[in-house]
Design a protein around this ligand. Structure first.
Ligand SMILES: Nc1ncnc2c1ncn2[C@@H]1O[C@H](COP(=O)(O)OP(=O)(O)OP(=O)(O)O)[C@@H](O)[C@H]1O
Ligand SMILES: [Mg+2]
Length: 377
């Protein structure tokens, strides 16, 4: 457990969830692709499923859409059990990673295809297609075929097609994966604006943590079919609940140690390597028994490195072994006297900052007791 975390699986606010997944699993032979997942997503959320390749993101998305049925557990949309409802009867649409556009159809026909299948009258359909094409700013290209479009434009056609039926939930499987970096960044903001304008609940699958953090209001971190933590990006970054999440989201210095005491909301931990004692502030009511093995997590930008001692409660000494100069930031790799390797990120804010640290220099490292998190998993 991390200090400072709040209940993980509840959707924020009092509104009933538009989607509830209750202990849902899906197996393929020996592989448990989705393993007893519980999840509640509120109306209008921009939610991200984040995890490495093969962790079950697409399978979970396909279960929400109805392309995969759960082996156990339930999937409720607006409170109605849809676990066995076929895809076309769910108020859900999916945008596939490959976009899956029909090559021989125009943009407008691609977007209107699902409406036509549904039997919507021609005039209403034309109006709806015009509306969503305008929403994604593709009205001028309505008569083109997919091969006459750029990658980003094809992505918007797929999006328009997903929105045409006005689904309650739009599922997006790595929607920006095929775009180059600059276009991807721009499209992220377009997608966010579109989501805000339509008020549709978006569930985005991605393995890119920056993308998840930029776009979504909450993220579920998945690993091997299970959800490890759910929360707003800031909570996952500042208060991860496990070493896995700490390491997966951003960089983390993970210092192993043992609890040696606790007083007035401060836990003292003796580090395994070096034997120094460090202090970590924890929330009121949280306690750790003496002797417990824990990991102290400190983010690189929360550590300071300097030539002089800082004189605070948390101080290590070491030597700069590597420096990554990134322009805005420098990342200092420091080998501590206790034999741990840590990273310290410092912003290169001002030219008058003084002489930068160099490789081989001896340094002091410090951080504030409230800037570390204790992890037990
Ligand atoms: N139809 C299937 N038959 C057998 N195994 C499957 C099937 N679909 C998925 N799997 C397996 O289930 C696991 C989860 O796959 P899934 O496609 O959900 O992962 P993912 O998180 O979307 O990965 P990626 O980021 O690579 O797309 C994998 O081990 C995969 O090989
Ligand atoms: Mg996938």
């Amino acid at each position: 457990m991390a200090n400072g975390t709040s209940p993980a699986n509840s959707a924020p606010g009092a509104r009933p969830p538009v989607l509830s997944i209750e202990r849902a699993s899906r197996r393929f032979g020996d592989v448990v692709a989705v393993d007893r997942v519980d999840l509640a997503i509120g109306q209008g959320e921009f939610f991200a499923l984040l995890g490495e390749s093969g962790c079950g993101k697409t399978t979970l998305l396909r279960m929400i859409a109805g392309f995969e049925l759960p082996d156990e557990g339930r999937i409720l949309i607006d409170g109605q059990d849809m676990s066995r409802t076929p895809p076309y009867d769910r108020p859900v649409n999916m945008v596939f990673q490959s976009y899956a556009l029909f090559p021989h159809m125009t943009v407008a026909h691609n977007v209107g295809y699902g409406l036509r299948q549904e039997g919507m009258a021609r005039s209403e359909r034309d109006d709806r297609v015009a509306e969503v094409l305008s929403l994604v700013e593709l009205s001028a290209l309505a008569k083109r075929k997919p091969h006459q479009l750029s990658g980003g434009q094809r992505q918007r056609v797929a999006l328009a097609r997903g929105l045409a039926k006005r689904p309650k939930i739009l599922l997006l499987d790595e929607p920006l994966g095929a775009l180059d970096r600059k276009l991807r960044e721009r499209t992220q903001f377009e997608l966010m604006a579109l989501q805000a304008r339509t008020g549709t609940t978006f569930i985005l699958v991605t393995h890119d943590q920056e993308e998840a953090m930029t776009m979504s209001n909450r993220i579920a971190v998945m690993r091997a079919g299970r959800i490890h933590q759910i929360g707003p990006p800031r909570q996952l970054y500042e208060y991860p609940n496990s070493r896995f999440v700490a390491d997966f989201i951003g960089s983390a210095n993970l210092l192993m140690g043992e609890v040696v005491g606790m007083e007035a909301g401060v836990v003292r931990v003796r580090l395994q390597s070096g034997g120094q004692t460090v202090a970590i502030e924890v929330e009121a009511g949280v306690s750790f028994p003496t002797g417990q093995s824990v990991t102290v997590m400190v983010r690189p930008e929360k550590m300071e490195a300097g030539r002089q001692a800082f004189g605070g409660p948390n101080e290590l000494t070491g030597e700069v072994v590597d420096i990554a100069y990134l322009g805005d930031l420098s990342i200092y790799h420091v080998a501590t006297a206790g034999g741990i390797k840590v990273q310290v990120a410092m912003a290169n804010r001002q030219h008058r900052q003084g002489k930068p640290l160099e490789r081989g220099e001896g340094v002091h490292l410090a951080w504030h007791p409230s800037d570390a998190v204790i992890l037990t998993e």
